[in-house]
Design a protein around this ligand. Structure first.
Ligand code: ADP
Ligand code: MG
Ligand code: MG
Length: 877
């Protein structure tokens, strides 16, 4: 028909036309499972109903009449027949599941006469009247719009009157009284009892149509972004009733084909004897665990088990199945893909693959990247959390509690005494990083999703909330305020990096436990991936986590913190401030010896994997004493009449080194060219560490990376005048040598445009997409968040923040240009990406599309390695 299909006629795959619920009934019918006969009014009818201003489409009821005739022939029952009445449910169901958002009417067709026919059929007058009183209440509520309390109150009164607690205990007289009371409600309001089964059916269909547009359904669609393209109107299934309340060998229940909380492969569910429909979910009586059914009705259990498993095998997804048992006979009433805990989804995919039910590809595609992220971080226990104090930007996921501390040194001090602290700052800078490591989380009042605090927190796996603007911090008094609320140093706070919420006090969190399947699953992903995943790791801790999470090497080892460590910063300052190369070299020798120890530790952890060490990158001035403070000191000394020549000289030198635009200034390879001793010291430390480990039988793959290159000559000078001679020196000193690679970071526009020239002189290239994005847009990555990015996103000037997800039309395209140029002269050159984007699922997708196999690897922050492994594998399929 135009609007109505039988279960036998419908195509289960045409979910848009017949809705998910009906599709599941059609599928189960085809699989030969016991499903009560039914017909489907398609979504098209509902659409027309709305297009015609809420009028049933012409000819719809004629088709329904024909459909009902078909059901009558199939079942031997007849709508309205007092002796053998056909009773049906009228069920809503759109293309996507909208649980509990739309309406269903059960037991349609009951009246004072047909109730006796039902009593005869199930041989139980009590069960028949139980169905009748349910019908009146449901029809009254859903179709006639009468408030639920008007039916619940008399129900409670009757129970009290007969001294019973649970519905099935109400004696037959009680049910009959209830039916009379309910009919009186109808008469009072409408002057009639709606006892014509055809009228009941028609009004129920219309009510189902209307439920598509109920406020809660509309809200749900909006919240879940269900557009008309995804689901347009509800279908309506008219299904022959079966009775879980026919007697005590009858029941209704819900069962999952596997445990939705753990993924364990066993039936999981509940059932309720002498009950109908939604009693199980509604929680009016305590249901029995499904295992009990195995004891009470072993054959039914067996049939249920086999049926559920058959559907699971067909759909290749864990199923959530509604069933009813009428006098010991099982009926399937609905199935859908189960909603599961992320952990259970992952375990299930691995298990199904091992069981041979799905292919490796299906297993890998079946886990959403978000699930991996969600599994890794502790979460706020929502049931125990109160109202948040304030909100900021959710910058780095995870939830933690700690004592508020307002400066990084104190964070270190406190953490040494075993305290758990959260670093609270207006904003952070590179000098604060030791405070990050000492803290369990970071909270800032300024900055956005790619502010320093956010980037570092993500990189080292600390939960962070940034840009909580309501927070007013007074460093002097060590107090922060949100409105009238005061946070003193040492007060406990909790931050939720999933939502950006900040709570006062300790809010309980839940720790994730990673099952073996987590690692097994990611190994499966690697086995199909054409991309490798490495990690951005600067410390032994980072390296250990990276290995545990399956990184295949370090794609970026930043060396800056090796200059900032305690005892070293002063030495390094002297280097920068000295204008005597000899003195510089001597100081740097001492530094090299210290840095060698750092490298030894990390290299050992990463034995057997490539380790890409980036030589000194930041602007030099970041390592100098604070200019304003110096000026104050010098001025004070002068006013006191005791000028300090030492300080004066320092001030002059600091002033000379100051730059208007440090991020585009004296940094990276430019420092290498002007202070070759610095790079030489680093190369010396790296290669000495490598050779010492080699002596201990360790195999190392060292890659030395030179940042900020714009012109191939820069590279040639560093390679020929610094790296190679230093290597020769070290090799001679150790009486041994080691092979290593030399490469460059691609992060200037010019390096990309001249990549063919550059490729000729290097072994590898790695895109530093943070700086490259800054260069391509001419947006300062350190300021953009606070100034205009939010407005840009709000107005749609940019579709997303290019510092979070790689800019497809500009940056990715430039990378493609560079990669093509590089590979045209050196087809097998190793090319990777090590910016923040390397661990961002959307960026991996974009890059897989734009440059594909042009890239060999993505390097991600340690905690983003697992998700990167999954996305890279999914993009390889
Ligand atoms: P929902 O989408 O809210 O789950 P359903 O249409 O699935 O609504 O129906 C509500 C309840 O009634 C479910 O428990 C379902 O199993 C039960 N039910 C629906 N149709 C029938 C029927 N023909 N016979 C017995 N129970 C039914
Ligand atoms: Mg249902
Ligand atoms: Mg950079």
């Amino acid at each position: 028909g135009k609007y109505v299909l039988t279960f036998e006629e419908a195509d289960p795959d045409d979910v848009k036309l017949i809705g998910g619920k009906a599709s599941s009934l059609v599928l189960m019918t085809r699989l030969g499972l016991p499903v009560p006969p039914g017909i489907i009014i398609t979504t098209r009818a509902c659409r027309e109903y709305y297009d015609r201003g809420e009028k049933l489409p012409e000819g719809l009821m004629d088709e329904v009449i024909r459909g009902v005739k078909y059901l009558e022939e199939k079942t031997g029952y007849k709508l309205g027949d007092p002796d053998k009445p056909l009773l049906v449910s009228v069920r809503s169901g759109a293309a996507v599941s909208m649980p509990g958002m739309m309406d269903t009417v059960l037991n349609v067709g009951l009246n004072d006469k047909t109730v006796y026919g039902l009593a005869k059929r199930i041989n139980n007058e009590h069960g028949a009247y139980d169905a009748y009183r349910r019908f009146l209440a449901m029809f009254g509520r859903i179709v006639l719009g009468i408030p639920e309390e008007e039916f619940n109150k008399p129900l409670d009164e009757i129970k009290r009157k007969y001294g019973v607690k649970e519905d099935p205990e109400i004696p037959l007289e009680g049910l009959k009284e209830l039916v009379e009371i309910y009919k009186q409600i109808f008469i009072r309001r409408f002057g009639k009892v709606f006892d014509d089964p055809w009228e009941q059916l028609k009004l129920s269909i219309e009510a189902v149509f209307k439920s598509w547009n109920s406020p809660r359904a509309r809200f749900y669609r909006e919240a879940n972004k269900i557009t008309p393209e995804i689901a347009d109107c509800t279908a309506t299934a008219i299904v022959t009733m079966v009775f879980g309340n026919a007697d005590w060998r009858s029941a209704t229940g819900v069962v999952f084909s596997r445990d939705p909380a753990t993924g364990e492969n066993k039936l999981y569910g509940e059932y309720l004897p002498y009950a109908q429909g939604e009693d199980v979910v509604a929680g009016i009586r305590t249901p029995k665990p499904i295992e009990k059914l195995k004891e009470e009705m072993p054959e039914v259990y067996e049939q249920l088990y086999n049926g559920v498993k058959l559907i699971e095998k067909t759909k290749k997804e864990v199923q959530d199945v509604e069933f009813t048992i009428e006098k010991g006979k099982l009926w399937f009433l609905q199935t859908r893909n189960a909603k599961m805990n992320p952990l259970a989804v992952l375990k299930t995919r691995v298990d199904m693959y091992k069981e041979g039910m799905i292919t490796k590809e299906e297993a890998i595609m079946g886990v959403k990247p978000e699930y991996i992220l969600q599994m890794l971080y502790p979460r706020i226990d929502e049931s125990k959390a109160g109202k948040p104090l304030t909100k900021g930007i959710a910058a780095s996921p995870g939830a933690v509690s700690g004592q508020a501390v307002f400066d990084p040194d104190r964070a270190v001090e406190w953490s040494k005494t075993g305290k758990q602290v959260i670093l609270v700052r207006e904003e952070t800078k590179p000098d604060d990083v030791h405070g990050f490591y000492a803290s369990v989380g970071v909270l800032t009042s300024r900055g956005g999703a790619t502010s320093h605090a956010a980037v570092v927190a993500r990189a080292i796996g600390r939960p962070a909330v940034v840009g909580a603007e309501a927070l007013q911090i007074d460093y002097g008094t060590r107090i922060a305020r949100v409105g009238d609320t005061v946070i003193k140093e040492g007060d406990w706070i909790t931050i939720d990096g999933f939502t950006g919420s900040v709570y006062l006090g300790k809010v309980p969190t839940i720790e994730p436990k990673l099952p073996p399947e987590f690692f097994e699953f990611l190994d499966m992903a690697d086995s199909v991936s054409v991309f490798e995943i490495r990690a951005n790791a600067d410390t032994p801790d980072d390296a250990t986590i990276s290995r545990r999470f399956g990184a295949k090497g370090i794609g970026l080892l930043r060396t800056e913190r090796m200059f900032r460590a305690p005892g070293r910063l002063d030495l390094f300052r002297k280097v920068i401030l000295s204008d005597n190369p000899g003195e510089r070299r001597e100081l740097l020798d001492q530094l090299a010896e210290m840095m060698k120890k750092d490298f030894l530790e990390i290299f050992e952890i990463m034995e057997g994997y490539p380790i890409t060490v980036r030589l000194f990158d930041p602007p030099l001035h970041e390592f100098l004493p604070n200019f304003e403070e110096l000026v104050t000191e010098v001025t004070r000394a002068r006013t006191l009449g005791k000028p300090d020549p030492e300080k004066e000289r320092l001030l002059a030198r600091v002033k000379a080194l100051m730059e208007a635009n440090p991020m585009m200034g004296h940094r990276g390879v430019r420092v290498g060219i002007t202070y070759p001793e610095i790079y030489a010291a680093q190369v010396k430390a790296i290669l000495s560490a490598a050779l010492e480990l080699k002596r201990r039988g360790k195999h190392l793959e060292i890659q030395i990376m030179i940042p900020q290159v714009a012109e191939v000559r820069e590279l040639e000078i560093i390679i020929n005048n610094v790296v190679k001679p230093t290597a020769e020196e070290v090799f001679k000193a150790y009486g041994d040598s080691i092979e290593f690679k030399i490469g460059t970071m691609m992060e200037t526009v010019r390096s990309c445009l001249t990549a063919d020239k550059i490729a000729k002189v290097v072994d590898f290239m790695s895109f530093g997409t943070n700086d490259l994005t800054q260069a391509v847009f001419s947006f300062s990555r350190d300021d953009v968040e606070n100034k205009f990015m939010s407005k840009y996103l709000e107005l749609g000037v940019l579709p997303y923040d290019p510092f979070v997800t790689i800019d497809e039309e500009g940056v990715a395209k430039l990378m493609k240009v560079a990669i093509d140029a590089a590979r045209s002269v050196k087809p097998d050159i190793e090319i990777g990406i090590c910016g923040e984007h390397g661990g961002d699922p959307d960026s991996i997708k974009i890059l897989a599309k734009v440059v594909g196999r042009g890239l060999n690897y993505f390097s991600a922050s340690p905690y983003r390695v697992p998700v990167a492994r999954l996305v890279a594998a999914q993009e390889s399929l």
